[in-house]
Design a protein around this ligand. Structure first.
Ligand code: COA
Length: 257
C-alpha cells in the first residue's frame, strides 16, 4: 500500500518579517521569488497597473508553498499575513483599513477601525490575510489548484493556533470567487449592527475590483479536519525568521499600547 499524500513534493516556507532577517541571503532570495510569484499570479486577472506588493511585504508573514527545483525551494503558491501588532511597531496602517480608506469606502473603514480597536483593547492579535495566488504556469492543472486549495485551510488553521491569532481579516476578490473559497475555511462577511453584512467595495489598488471584507473567528469543521490531516505538512515547514526576541518586543509593545 502506498503512503503517498497529495502534498508530497511540496514544502511550506514561512518567511516571517523579512525586515528582521534581510541580511540573510535566504531571505533576499525567497523575497525576490515571492514578489515574482505575486506579479506573475496577479497579471492574468487584472489590468496593467494593479500592484499586488506593498510596504507590508517587508514586515508580513509570507506563507509560501514551494517545490524543490534543482535544490532551490521555489514558491508555486502562497499568501501573506500582516499582524496588527506589526503595523503598530512599524507605523504602517493596517491594510484592510488603508484599502477601505483609499477606496473611499468610509463606512467600511469605520467598521474595520472598530474591530481593530476592540482587538487592541483586548490585547489580542489580528491578522490581515492577503494576496493569495498560484503560479499561472501550473495553475491550468486543476489537480494542482485543488491540492493548493486543500493546503490553505490547514496553513491558516495552524498559523492562527501556533501564533496565537484569535481572528483574521481579508478583503476577498469576488470575481475570482475568493470569498466563496475563504468561506469554506470560516471567513464570514463582516457584519454591522442588526446582523447586516457589509457590502463589497471597489478596491482602488486592484483598479476598482469588488472585494468583500471578511472576518475569520471560527474555523469550519471541514477546515479543522483538513488541518488535522495535514498537520505533518505544517510541522515540517521551514521558517525564516528572527529568533532574537523581536517577538517579545512586539508583545511588550502590545501590552503598553
Ligand atoms: C485566487 C486564485 C488563487 C484562485 O484560484 P482558483 O480557485 O483555482 O480559481 P480560478 O482562478 O481558476 O478561477 C476562479 C474564477 O475566477 C474567474 N475569473 C475571473 N477573471 C478571470 C481571469 N482573468 N482569468 C481566469 N479566471 C478568471 C473564473 O471565471 C473562475 O470562475 P469559475 O470557477 O466559475 O470558472 C486565483 O484566482 C488567482 O491567483 N487570482 C489572482 C490573485 C487574486 O486575485 N487573489 C485573490 C486575493 S483575495
Amino acid at each position: 500500500m502506498s503512503n503517498r499524500t497529495p502534498v508530497d513534493g511540496y514544502k511550506l516556507v514561512i518567511l516571517d518579517c523579512p525586515y528582521d532577517t534581510w541580511e540573510n541571503p535566504e531571505t533576499q532570495a525567497m523575497f525576490g521569488r515571492m514578489v515574482g510569484l505575486k506579479l506573475r499570479g496577479f497579471r492574468p486577472y487584472y489590468d496593467y497597473g494593479a500592484l499586488p506588493v506593498d510596504t507590508t511585504d517587508y514586515v508580513g508573514r509570507h506563507k509560501l508553498i514551494c517545490r524543490d527545483v534543482n535544490g532551490s525551494l521555489v514558491p508555486v503558491a502562497g499568501y501573506k499575513a500582516v499582524d496588527l501588532s506589526r503595523c503598530g511597531i512599524h507605523r504602517v496602517p493596517f491594510p484592510a483599513l488603508a484599502k477601505a480608506k483609499a477606496s473611499g469606502a468610509i463606512m467600511h473603514a469605520r467598521v474595520i477601525e472598530e474591530i481593530l480597536n476592540t482587538a487592541i483593547n483586548r490585547g489580542e492579535e489580528l491578522t490581515y490575510e492577503a494576496a493569495l495566488t498560484m503560479d499561472p504556469a501550473l495553475h491550468s492543472s486543476r489537480e494542482f489548484a485543488d491540492t493548493i486549495k486543500m493546503m490553505i485551510p490547514a496553513i491558516q488553521y495552524w498559523q492562527n493556533r501556533d501564533y496565537r491569532i484569535p481572528s483574521s481579516m481579508c478583503t476577498a476578490v469576488i470575481k475570482v470567487k475568493a470569498d466563496q473559497f475563504l468561506s469554506t475555511i470560516g471567513f464570514r462577511p463582516i457584519q454591522i449592527e442588526g446582523g447586516i453584512e457589509l457590502e463589497p467595495f471597489g478596491a482602488l489598488h486592484l483598479g476598482g475590483e469588488a472585494v468583500r471584507p471578511m472576518l475569520l473567528k471560527e474555523f469550519t469543521p471541514g477546515a479543522e479536519a483538513i488541518a488535522e490531516r495535514l498537520r505533518f505538512f505544517w510541522n515540517s515547514r521551514l521558517t525564516i525568521a528572527d529568533d532574537s526576541g523581536v517577538r517579545e518586543l512586539m508583545r511588550a509593545y502590545k501590552k503598553a499600547a
